[in-house]
Ligand binder design. Structure first.
Ligand code: HPA
Length: 219
């Protein structure tokens, strides 16, 4: 089974990854964020793709999410660990914590959010009740707890905003009322597209800051 890591802000290279080769993958949906890196981390083969490009040049609303996920599946990837920097809304979502959300709400707009562009077919409406794969999420949570026992949050709802600007304090208050615990700009359509392709997908959210208006500190 091949695992992929999609790196977010702050994770454009994977420490300890022994690079085996880089592969340029073309897809019917255009170019992924960059060449995909095949490598080994400890004893595991994995594929690494920095979501924002190697030089962190691609803004969240400009990422070709469809090409990224299509390319991963093309390489035989079955599980995707999506690392994402987020803002913390809920009180336990303090900076430097790792959270493994169970739910999401999509506030993005104008992004290519499906592979089913044309005629309806029976699989168009994928089940997205649980947007993150429970088995993969549980394994990530367990591993993170071993490494950082005091800094791991089990669960939470991720709100995906359009960006690239940060949110207003009122937007964050509304998201809190909606039940969001975390806010980020890249969680959708990535998770939905992964589900459409049948990839098991879970997010490791790295809390980078308190969301707008949550603390007196400037972001
Ligand atoms: N809002 C949206 N995306 C983010 C934030 C935030 O506060 N922090 C890191 N990614």
């Amino acid at each position: 089974m091949t695992i992929a890591v999609i790196g977010g802000t702050g994770l454009t290279t994977l420490e300890g990854l022994v690079q085996v080769r880089r592969e340029v993958v073309r897809t019917p949906y255009g170019e992924p964020s960059g060449p995909l890196v095949h490598g080994r981390l400890d004893d595991h083969a994995l594929v690494f793709l920095p979501r924002h490009g190697r030089g962190h040049t691609i803004a969240p609303h400009r990422i070709n999410y469809r090409a990224n996920l299509w390319a991963l599946r093309e390489l035989g990837v079955e599980e995707v660990i999506a690392v994402a920097a987020v803002g913390g809304i809920g009180p336990e979502m303090a900076p430097a914590r790792l959270a493994f959300p169970t739910q999401l709400i999509d506030y993005t707009w104008g992004r290519q959010q499906t592979f089913f562009e044309n005629d309806l077919d029976p699989v168009t409406h994928v089940d997205f009740t649980d947007p993150y794969d429970p088995g993969l999420r549980a394994r990530l949570l367990q591993a993170a707890r071993q490494l950082f026992p005091d800094d791991v949050v089990d669960g939470g709802t991720y709100g995906a905003t359009q960006g690239p600007r940060l949110e207003t304090a009122a937007e964050i208050r509304r998201m809190a009322r909606d039940g969001c615990d975390l806010v980020g700009m890249t969680g959708m359509p990535e998770a939905g597209l992964a589900r459409e392709l049948g990839l098991r997908y879970a997010t490791c959210a790295v809390v980078a800051n308190r969301a707008a208006g949550v603390s007196a500190e400037p972001i």
